[in-house]
Design a protein around this ligand. Structure first.
Ligand code: GDP
Ligand code: MG
Length: 179
């Protein structure tokens, strides 16, 4: 059975290399996790259509490779996006260092889109280095929409971040329609 799509949303997966952007997208779209996932070269796309409230929403997930030689593509890659997820690795505090510059570029192109700060690899409790409180404070300081912790490995909160982001994107578009 096919049905018309009410909305298509472009979601950006941002963050340093090896934070789990591809793993999280794969877990969400295909329900799988692989320890030996391939390094993303350039951009990869994941698509999933979901039924949310009474709407059919197509999520187009843009997963940018972490290689710095592709960084120049970021402003172009941001065009037309409806939401973004900035992923960092809870075991590597340095993966938060690039947050400012990535967010700056995203806001320049789409100042109002919801951006989530997501701390991934929550399952690695023994080697975790970033406390939850630091994540929350960082999200507040950078004016981000939500702070959520996930594990692409266990699946914890994976469905939730995309559902919640969809809710924010829908609210924004429905608000615009009222004006
Ligand atoms: P990307 O470069 O941001 O796309 O990161 P990848 O998805 O390629 O993941 C980098 C490495 O981290 C891979 O070896 C993954 O298996 C691993 N990884 C990703 N997410 C998790 C997670 O939630 N928990 C654990 N333990 N490992 C993860
Ligand atoms: Mg990747």
């Amino acid at each position: 059975m096919s049905r018309d799509i009410d909305y298509t949303f472009k979601i950006l997966m941002l963050g340093s290399a090896s934070t789990g952007k591809s793993s999280l997208s794969d877990r969400y779209v295909h329900g799988i996790f692989s320890e030996d996932i391939k390094l993303t070269v350039g951009v990869e796309f994941f698509v999933k259509t979901i039924h949310y409230k009474d709407k059919f929403v197509k999520l187009q997930i843009w997963d940018l490779g972490g290689e710095s030689k592709f960084r120049f593509l970021l402003p172009t890659y941001c065009l037309g996006s409806s939401g973004a997820i900035f992923l960092f690795d809870l075991t590597r505090p340095e993966t938060l260092h690039e947050l400012d510059s990535w967010i700056g570029i995203v806001r320049e192109k789409n100042s109002q889109i919801p951006i989530f700060l997501v701390g991934n690899k929550k399952d690695l409790t023994d080697i975790r280095k970033v406390p939850e409180d630091h994540g929350i404070q960082t999200a507040i300081q950078n004016n981000l929409t939500e702070y959520i912790e996930t594990s692409a490995k266990s699946g914890e909160n994976v469905e939730f971040i995309f559902q919640s982001l969809t809710e924010h994107m829908l609210k924004k578009i429905e608000r615009l329609k009222l004006h």
